[in-house]
Design a protein around this ligand. Structure first.
Ligand code: KG4
Ligand code: ZN
Length: 362
């Protein structure tokens, strides 16, 4: 340990990213390395679980060495091992979990098991070394356009939108995460990936569609939005939208008509984003939080970030909107180390017989 600072080594292997990070005091990123397997899975249009686990196994140890070196931290200086133990692919998760268990045992330091989705939320509390020593406490009222070293204050509403989950949550205070609603079928990211696959745009679909959409007209093709009934106002459903896009493609091909990819990407993206934004803003208006946190890979979406900011300014300008920088929205290990810090501070730790839990929820 460096004087009384807490150094946590985070490990994340739940899907197709092998990630290792070193984080100080749950907030300051000393290193954050992500080895993506996108190239390996792209030609299959999705993640192949066996390939993912094998690659994690090859990469994890060299990546730990590299993360420690970049952080200028020796293994003996690490105070705790944090690892995401679910949700995710079981074989992939097990690589991270067994690596973290072995290191915690060998170093005689606490093992801290982190829910991957809780990790995504904690990306909102991460800062770079430049912000060290000048973090400002939960500023109310304001939408920063860049990371200004401001710690979001609780209570918070958070939208967690990833490849496997779309959850709207209420966090009255740190560590108390209450589910307001979730998707009944496809996750938002999954919808992006499935539409990209149908359009032969490769995997993952989100970033490609985000880019293409920038050149298209979001109102060119009318597509459905599922707002659901009053009782389910915070739940989501994207499967109807997905079918509508697939039907549109099929009809156009049957008629031999040209499909404008940018217009289709923009119209599809707008349909997803509008529902995510409207439901999140309704939750904010109802719950009146101090901050609104965006999390998960889909939170990297440029249109989502733009529209959320615009709607928040119109409907609840006193609420502080925090969007992690795009590379902290997608899978990384710094968020896992950050989420583990409150557990460490409370003196909690996980047993060394920890197992992966592939269907863990929030
Ligand atoms: O959180 P994440 O990195 O991994 C999971 O926990 O699933 O999220 C990955 C998902 C993928 O479905 C990917 O297509 C989507 O996030 N994604 C995006 C963008 N970047 C990544 N979706 C929309 N726009 C983006 N810019
Ligand atoms: Zn994730």
């Amino acid at each position: 340990m460096l004087s009384n600072e807490t150094i946590i080594l985070g490990i994340e292997t739940s899907c197709d990213e092998t990630a290792v990070a070193v984080v100080k005091d749950g907030q300051i990123i000393l290193s954050n390395l992500v080895s993506s397997q996108e190239d390996l899975h792209a030609r299959f249009g999705g993640v192949v679980p066996e390939i993912a686990s094998r690659r994690h196994l090859e990469i994890i140890n060299p990546l730990i060495d590299a993360a420690l070196e970049e952080a200028e931290i020796k293994l003996e200086q690490v105070d705790a091992l944090a690892v995401s133990y679910g949700p995710g692919l079981v074989g992939a998760l097990l690589v991270g979990v067994s690596t973290a268990k072995s290191l915690a045992y060998a170093l005689k330091i606490p093992l801290l098991a982190v829910n991957h989705l809780e990790g995504h939320i904690y990306a909102n509390f991460l800062f770079s070394r430049e912000n060290e020593g000048q973090l400002k406490e939960g500023c109310k009222g304001g939408v920063p356009t860049h990371r200004a070293g401001i710690l979001p204050a609780y209570p918070s509403v958070a939208l967690v939108a990833s490849g496997g989950h779309t959850d709207l949550v209420w966090i009255p205070q740190e560590g108390d995460i209450q589910l307001l609603g979730q998707t009944r079928d496809d996750a938002a990211g999954e919808a992006f990936d499935k539409i990209a696959r149908a359009l032969d745009l490769g995997y993952p679909g989100g970033p490609v569609i985000d880019n293409l959409a920038g050149e298209g007209n979001p109102e060119a093709i009318p597509l459905p939005r599922a707002y659901l009934d009053k009782e389910s106002r915070f739940d989501f459903s994207f499967s109807g939208l997905k079918s509508a896009v697939l039907n549109y493609l099929h009809t156009m091909r049957e008629k031999g008509e040209q499909v404008s990819l940018p217009d289709l990407a923009a119209s599809f993206q707008f349909a997803v984003v509008e529902v995510l934004v409207e439901k999140t803003i309704s939750a904010v208006v109802e719950k009146q939080p101090a901050s609104l946190l965006l999390a998960g890979g889909v939170a990297a979406n440029s249109s989502l970030r733009y529209l959320m900011k615009q709607r928040l300014v119109e409907s609840a300008p006193e609420v502080f909107l925090n969007c992690p920088q795009p590379d902290l929205c997608t899978d990384n290990a710094a968020m896992i180390a950050a989420a583990a810090f409150p557990y460490f501070r409370r003196g909690e730790q996980s047993p060394l017989d920890l197992n992966a839990v592939p269907n863990l929820s929030l």
